[in-house]
Design a binder for this molecule. Structure first.
Ligand code: AKG
Ligand code: FE2
Length: 291
């Protein structure tokens, strides 16, 4: 489940064998775990270790590196806005350096998506069941269809008070898919075009996105499944980093505060073994093309 690395620097070099081991483990649905890879904050940045800067209506503070845009915040002066942006930009580049060095096979084909900062304690947080990441799920974004691309994420616990990020990891993707796919109806004809026209989705919601999103929702809605599914608790201490493809690793985030996260999208064709992608697995189960 966890494949551990002794890495201590974001720009560290990895020998060939380590790179191969990393890509195989990742594509097999394991988590690449770096217990000694921390992300240091400058004295000025430490002021952001407070939940007060997060807009209560947004789940996270978000940043998009290619357009330098920050959103989901509140109560930031102009200087603080610049400082927080710089902190998230640095995390984005550090994460990308790590991926480039560890998974060079992917590097040229990745899209850098959102960076997020999560300063709010997750345990006890009330949301609708669909937004509740304390329930086991695979990731699928309602407004951002990824059209089959893999969701590759780098997480780093920056909690200053010794508090672990506590996750649950569920069963393999194939088991999840075999259980939930038979319960999912085909989309209503024309619905994807309408969602796009009304700008509810940022791109076309393909059949793949439809099945992934329904699976995400059904998993979260199924109280019995949440309790009975095979699962394991994992604790990520402060100063640790982990890489996971959250579209195929069933996960739930139970407890913790102060996390940095970087999302990348990866085309399925960039994988070493495409047959391990959720896209290929779903296409095989449903016996049809989904993108
Ligand atoms: O905040 C976390 O620890 C993870 C939440 C989650 O489910 C996700 O980011 O996909
Ligand atoms: Fe998630």
């Amino acid at each position: 489940m966890l494949h551990t690395f002794s890495t201590q620097k974001w720009g560290e070099y990895f020998p060939d064998l380590t790179q191969q081991c990393a890509i195989n483990n990742l594509e097999d649905g394991n988590i690449l775990y770096f217990p000694s890879l921390s992300f240091a904050l400058s004295p000025e940045e430490q002021q952001f270790l407070s939940p007060d800067f997060a807009d209560p209506h947004a789940k996270n503070i978000s940043y998009q590196a290619n357009c330098h845009k920050l959103w989901g915040f509140q109560h930031l002066s102009d200087t603080q806005h610049t400082q927080l942006k710089a902190m998230l930009d640095r995390f984005c580049h550090s994460s990308f350096d790590l991926i480039k060095n560890l998974l060079p096979h992917y590097a040229h084909q990745l899209t850098i998506a959102r960076t997020s900062y999560r300063p709010v304690q997750i345990s006890g947080r009330k949301t609708s069941y669909r937004k509740d990441d304390k329930r086991l799920h695979v990731d699928a974004f309602p407004s951002a269809p990824n059209q089959g691309k893999r969701i590759l994420r780098v997480f780093c616990n920056i909690n200053p008070n010794g508090e672990d990020r506590i996750w649950r990891i569920g069963e393999p993707f194939l088991n999840v898919a075999n259980r939930f796919i038979p319960q999912i109806h085909k989309p209503i004809p024309g619905s994807a075009a309408l969602l796009r026209l009304l700008k509810i989705t940022k791109s076309y919601r393909t059949l793949y996105d439809h099945y992934m999103l329904q699976m995400h929702n059904l998993m979260k809605a199924d109280e019995e499944y949440q309790k009975a599914a095979i699962q394991q608790e994992i604790r990520f201490p402060p100063g640790s980093t982990w890489i996971v493809q959250t579209d195929d690793v069933s996960h739930a985030a139970m407890q913790g505060q102060y996390l940095l996260e970087q999302t990348f999208y990866l085309p399925v064709k960039a994988m070493r073994d495409e047959s391990k992608s959720p896209l290929c697995i779903l296409e095989k189960i449903l016996n049809q093309k989904l993108v």
